[in-house]
Design a protein around this ligand. Structure first.
Ligand SMILES: C[S@@+](CC[C@H](N)C(=O)[O-])C[C@H]1O[C@@H](n2cnc3c(N)ncnc32)[C@H](O)[C@@H]1O
Ligand SMILES: [Zn+2]
Length: 685
């Protein structure tokens, strides 16, 4: 007997295999400062990218990422001794990549920061002056709370003189209000961007909301502070150091905008009354209540803070000491340098390169823009404008950005055609495409395509032995199609979902299922009994048993350990989502401290054996009392009774009134019946 449900058959044992294919999920590891010093949307997890590059790109080989974003692929390629060609349309993306890779003297960088501090720090901090509510001492506050266009609260962490702290409901004093009025009337000579959040013909950005232009995203106070700060950075004579500080500036400028909501400090969150939630909405949204952060303090923490520039560079200097930036892509192809960063359109770049050089990279890892989910181009405008890299920028988005965005007159078809083109070019770019990747006539295609989809879906369902959500099916079907030279859709528009849906009521049915707390539908066989090689123990139970076994083996595990163990044991079609691992951990473990789980004592192995023995003994006695013959399962016959009832003598076999089961009616496989824990028998039944 095992806890919860009874499972026949042991979980599939781990299979040792050479690390030539990645056939399992790779649990994400935490990001360190060099991966997060600058915000970027949709960052990929570094260790997953690293694993793929190390597995699929030969040492010294070239990796291509045409949609590189913040440059994770370039970073991991160089760390692993590979070379990289990366491209992104957005100058902020390539700038983050370049500055992450570029070694810099930490002392020089710190001195540059200190020089800027000497120029503007006190001038900026004056804009935030308040007086201690307890002792009247005057000093700069940490942040203010605004409701629409009114500043309603001042918050500070500690008065430097008396330590007074104001974290809630601290209204403005008369001098606070006077300071605000003075700021409103101030003439600002320093430059700041006023770009409109719209396309040249006046069509507003998709992600524009209330604010018309970039300057409206800030309170007057923060706009002035930011303008002075940028002016001081611009005065730095050395271009390389200046560039670092400018991008440290963009790493925090959004945190100084009106787009940061007031965070709710709960015991379970890391928020404080002084932190903000950050720019979490993927739009130029407006919060009716927002936090006005102290610009100098934000800049200081962007440079000196835990996840700030200096820590990021201390880390990246170690990894990229041998980086050699290429002036042209050929520098990398011909082995003179190890990274080429291209700011521009991926299609143009790939087309010209393929024309000139033919297939020339060993591996492609890319994370292309996904439909309309993130408007990278529009959202980066805030940073691009502050960096003064906005000349021609919006026109370039219109002409080149691959995204679905009606305001750019790019409906889904346009997005799709551009992306499809990108995939074709990637295919031509790659040195050794999978044999059979050539495209075939449509008619042969449709039949083959359908067969691959149906067969893969059946195999996956049979291996999992349980109702399965569409996302898991598609994750198995897509690579299978790719191996056979197909995209997940034919040019005729026939796609995976359409094929599967055409078989509903035939091979498949849809059944209701809760997926991560939401009602959804899952795919299953219409008639499971007709399926050959259908796994009899549902995957979720196998996973659950494995979680229990690992907990019993190790006593204490972290969630990541467990995820890793499960991913290795259940590869390919058996991919498990993290919720089912969490559920099993919750059932068999109890959380202790930071993300660790300890085996619950009732699931300790000895305890399970004790309960098991006790229950068998009780059932045997009940059966006997009712005049039935009793059979004790073969594996249990030798278990000492004292396990279940301390003090009692002998083994469980003493309850058995039969010694063999031969001759039993209706028993197909007598050996399996003999393994059942307890049986009550009357005659031959
Ligand atoms: C999903 S993001 C990549 C994020 C990246 N994997 C990371 O970890 O930071 C897709 C990227 O494609 C870029 N992009 C969109 N259209 C492009 C084009 N025509 N040429 C090059 N890059 C483009 C976007 O700017 C965006 O940075
Ligand atoms: Zn005080």
């Amino acid at each position: 007997m095992t806890p919860k449900r009874r499972v026949r058959g042991a979980p599939t044992p781990p299979v040792a295999r050479p690390p030539v294919q990645i056939d399992r999920q790779i649990p994400p590891l935490a990001h360190t400062p060099m991966y997060v010093w600058h915000k970027f949307w949709g960052r990929k997890t570094w260790n997953v990218v690293a694993e793929y590059i190390k597995t699929y790109c030969p040492e010294g080989g070239i990796v291509l990422d045409p949609f590189a974003g913040s440059g994770i692929v370039a970073m991991e390629a160089l760390k692993a001794g590979r070379k990289a060609i990366v491209c992104d349309l957005l100058p902020i993306a390539t700038e983050i990549t370049r500055l992450t890779l570029k070694p810099v003297g930490l002392e020089e960088l710190r001195k540059t920061f200190e020089r800027v501090a000497r120029h503007v720090k006190s001038r900026i901090l004056e804009l935030y002056t308040t007086s201690c509510r307890n002792c009247r001492y005057s000093f700069p506050f940490t942040c203010a709370v605004w409701q629409r266009n009114r500043c309603i609260e001042i918050r500070y962490e500690a008065c430097p003189r008396c330590g007074d702290r104001q974290a809630r409901a601290c209204g403005l004093t008369r001098p606070d209000t006077a300071l605000l009025q003075k700021i409103e009337r101030m003439q600002v000579k320093a430059w700041y961007p006023r770009n409109r959040l719209s396309y040249p013909d006046g069509t507003p950005f998709k992600e524009k909301q209330r604010y018309e232009s970039l300057d409206e995203l800030f309170t007057r106070r923060n706009l002035i502070a930011l303008a002075w700060l940028m002016e001081a950075i611009e005065e730095e004579p050395r271009r390389d150091l200046r560039d670092f500080l400018k991008v440290a500036f963009t790493s925090m400028v959004h945190l100084c905008s009106r787009m940061v909501a007031i965070s709710n400090p709960l015991p379970t969150s890391h928020h404080t009354p002084f932190s903000s939630t950050g720019w979490t909405q993927q739009s130029y949204w407006h919060a009716s209540s927002f936090m006005e952060q102290n610009v100098w303090e934000k800049f200081e923490s962007a440079v000196l803070g835990h996840q700030g520039l200096l820590n990021a560079k201390a880390e990246s200097n170690e990894h990229f000491s041998d980086v050699k930036f290429a002036r042209s892509l050929e520098d990398v192809l011909e082995g003179r340098t190890n990274v080429y960063i291209h700011c521009g359109d991926a299609l143009d770049m790939m087309r010209t390169t393929v024309e000139r050089h033919g297939p020339c990279v060993d591996y492609i890892f890319t994370d292309p823009p996904y439909d309309a989910s993130v408007q990278y181009g529009e959202l980066a405008y805030l940073w691009i404008a502050w960096l003064r890299k906005d000349a021609g920028y919006v026109d370039r988005l219109l002409a080149k950005e691959i995204v679905r965005n009606e305001r750019q007159q790019k409906a889904f078809d346009v997005y799709h055609a551009l992306l499809r083109n990108a995939f074709r070019l990637m295919h031509d770019f790659h040195k050794s495409p999978t044999p059979g990747m050539a495209l075939r006539p449509e008619e042969i295609d449709a039949a083959r395509f359908e067969r691959i989809v149906i067969e893969t879906a059946k195999r996956v369902l049979a291996e999992r032995g349980e109702e399965t959500p569409y996302t898991i099916l598609i994750n198995a079907i897509d690579p299978e199609l790719a191996r056979n030279g197909y995209f997940s859709e034919l040019r005729t528009g026939l796609d995976v979902r359409a094929v599967l849906e055409s078989r509903l009521g035939q091979e498949f049915v849809l059944v209701p299922m809760r997926l991560g707390g939401v009602e959804g539908k899952a795919w299953w066989f219409r008639d499971p009994s007709s399926v050959p090689r259908l796994e009899t123990v549902p995957l979720s139970e196998r996973v659950e048993q494995t979680v229990l076994r690992k907990l019993q083996e190790r006593g204490r595990v972290t969630f990541t350990d467990m995820w890793k163990a499960i991913s290795e044991e259940f590869p390919n079609a058996l991919t498990t989502d993290s919720t089912s691992i969490k559920d099993a951990l919750q059932a068999y473990g109890r959380p202790v401290g930071r993300g660790e789980w300890l085996l619950k004592s009732e699931y300790n192995r000895d305890e399970i054996r004790r309960t098991h023995t006790r229950i068998i003994a009780i059932l045997a006695e009940v059966g006997k009392a009712h005049g039935a013959d009793v059979w004790i399962g073969r594996p249990e016959q030798g278990d000492p009774l004292s396990e279940g009832f301390p003090g009692r003598q002998g083994e469980l076999r003493q309850y058995a009134t039969r010694t063999a089961l031969a001759g039993l009616e209706n028993a197909g496989n007598i050996q399996e019946v003999e393994n059942i824990d307890v049986l009550w028998l009357r005659g031959a039944r």
